[in-house]
Design a protein around this ligand. Sequence first.
Ligand code: F6P
Length: 484
Amino acid sequence: MSAPTQTFDLVIAANRLPVDRVVGPDGDVSWRTSPGGLVTAMESVMRSREGAWVGWAGESGDAPEPFVQSDMYLRPVAMSEEDVAHYYEGCSNGTLWPIYHDVIVPATFHRFWFTAYERVNRRFAEAICEVAAEGATVWVHDYQLQLVPAMVRELRPDVRIGWFNHIPFPPVELFAQLPWRRALLEGLLGADYLGFQRVADAQNFVRACRQLLGLPTKGDTISVSRGANARRVRASAVPISIDFVGLQELARMPETQARAKEIRESLGNPDTLLLGIDRLDYTKGIGHRIKAYGELLEEGKVAPPREIFVQVATPSRERVAAYRDLRQEIEGEVGRLNGDHSVIGSAAVQYLHHAYPRDEMAALYLAADVLLVTPLRDGMNLVAKEYVTCRHDEGGALVLSEFTGAFHELHQAFVCNPHDIEGLKQTIMRAIETPDKDKRRLMRAMRRRVADHDVQRWAHRFLENLSHAPERPGTSKAQHEDRP
Ligand code: F6P
């Protein structure tokens, strides 16, 4: 007889588990905690209560047995080759991702993709219910799992359910294109509380419920059903952040500072080192950035070795056609610019198609005089917050697109509209030319903001909003106060 499954007061569910599989020289398999801010935030909330994390271990086939890593109980969810192709690459990243990011590339709709999405969401819901203790708090993450809240509610009416969207939530005119719009809204409305990056995202959701489901709404609250089963669901903004203390500590380490110096030296100690660090995704505006930089090179406003632009493009979703096309396009453009503008010993654009560990990223941030963050649409953009965090020297300048969530918090950035190439060029030049003492003042203010609103505060705010979510039928809790 198999041992009874352990149950937990807090259950996190995200598409991926917070671990990477490591195969040793003898073929032995172990797991390394992935260095994301989300893990740090969850570690901080799990210090006070027993927690489990439900997610995919990143490879198709049978799921590994549950295991404990960094004091977290990890419950892997299996994913077949077909699930990966239809649920993850298909529905999540070929249908929902483009619709939720302003249709920068066209969305593809396939009924069999959505069938896989439902199937995998159900598998997640069942795994959550298996490890959730009576009355547990269940926190579901992101667009891959939008049907999970209602599925969990149906199986386990005793638990409290929250969902947080890491990406934008689209305006109703775009959302309405989805053939499965009703199922998605009803799936999300299974939650007690829904968190979004921006106020506009929460409002888009509330409007979609009103216009597409005909539900009554008042402010940030949606009434789901009437009569004895009446339930209200609140949707509001709780912008995500990063582990300020942990990352700043890393950036302050002598090794990181020495590595930053070494990076600059290896690039010939340019007057200005410009940096872009992005997942290779069409939402990030890498092409617009390269176009603007290319024109500045043509006009002689920047030139190697005096100015060097380093673009790190982390490989991502490489089996999805739009991502393959993007890679080809970007690499073609970089090749052309380098052919036209590089000098012996100094490339105009250093393009690195790699993922780097956290310490190397911190060194790159410290080395860069200007960070270019130019997405066409981005839920938050944590790279912007990481840069600010690493600049304990108050050096550097941040060029930031107004189409990121971070723009709503980092008001002292050099703000750009990446579609306006002329404007983007001027903003880049301003970021290069503004006197250091003025830039230090701007950086100081942005650092204060991120230090005060770090990822731990974000997690606590989310859980507090969830615990104060409108009362359910049959409970006598007084109406909640409105928490910003
Ligand atoms: O925030 C959006 C997101 O899809 C996250 O869920 C994920 O951690 C990240 O982007 C990377 O995406 P993927 O898991 O598809 O590699």
